[in-house]
Design a protein around this ligand. Structure first.
Ligand code: 8X3
Length: 253
């Protein structure tokens, strides 16, 4: 049987881990990329299909390139690239945001995603086979206070995804942008609030947020569709979340 290979960034937790688990059950062998080696090894040991661990920061382009180049032949052909690594940092308004937070978000959400895509894509084109799934966000399309650079970085992901479709027309390579809303049970808000558990917990209080496996199930479905079907974009929100209209400030007069 033709075993498929998926490369997942940000594989040590949250959506990455949930998707690794699902894709492994679906028979994929996996290249797991994240900084925390022990978490990747633990995950790899818990899965039944073969895994290759790349413990590396996706922003360290030199190390990432070297580790990718050194992957065993068994993992040479990548059928699915899941660009999942990304983060939100801070929820301050633009005038008060930390410049370093902005820099890190643009670096990780845009630059690293573009870099890895540029690394993997030529071989996909050569094989005329492959699927790139990018993790965007509803923040790309719906402005909220404090979303500033995070939302803008995810708008890059969305536009890059659809622009890839334009470039890849005429090939069998598929590209999908997944734009989830509020997802609980991940480190997303812990990271956004720089470890402030109370602020992070408050985001999910009294609401039934999406779970990582909800997104993982969608990724498995999208990747498993017949090769003539391309989902360009999938937007997901929990039922308790909606784009509920514009805001008018009546205190300004
Ligand atoms: C995650 C969704 O609403 O926190 O990208 O921006 S949100």
């Amino acid at each position: 049987m033709d075993v498929k290979t998926a490369l997942i960034t940000g594989a040590s937790a949250g959506l990455g881990l949930a998707t690794a688990t699902r894709l492994s059950k679906a028979g994929y062998q996996l290249i797991l990329v994240a900084r925390r080696e022990s978490k990747l090894i633990e995950l790899a040991n818990s899965l039944e299909t073969d895994c290759h661990v790349i413990a590396c920061d996706v922003n360290n382009f030199e190390q990432l390139t070297a580790m990718l180049d050194a992957r065993p032949d068994q993992f040479k052909n990548i059928d699915l690239l899941l660009n999942n690594a990304g983060l939100a940092l801070g929820l301050s308004t633009a005038d008060k945001s930390d410049w370093n937070d902005w820099h890190t978000m643009i670096q990780t959400n845009c630059m690293a995603l573009a870099f890895l895509t540029r690394q993997i894509l030529p071989a996909m084109v050569e094989r005329n086979k492959g699927h790139i799934i990018n993790l965007g966000s509803i923040a790309a399309n719906y402005a909220y206070k404090g979303g500033n650079v995070y939302g803008a970085s995810k708008a890059f992901v969305e536009q890059f995804s659809i622009n890839l479709r334009a470039d890849l027309l005429g090939t069998q390579i598929r590209v999908t942008n997944i734009a989830p809303g509020l997802i609980g049970e991940t480190e997303f808000s812990q990271v956004r609030f720089h470890g402030d558990s109370e602020a992070a917990g408050a985001v999910y209080a009294n609401c039934d947020a999406l779970r990582p496996d909800d997104i993982a199930a969608s990724i498995e479905w999208i990747a498993g569709l017949p090769k003539h079907v391309n989902i360009n974009q999938l937007e997901m929100m929990p039922t308790c979340q909606a784009p509920a209209g514009l805001v008018i400030d009546k205190t300004m007069q």
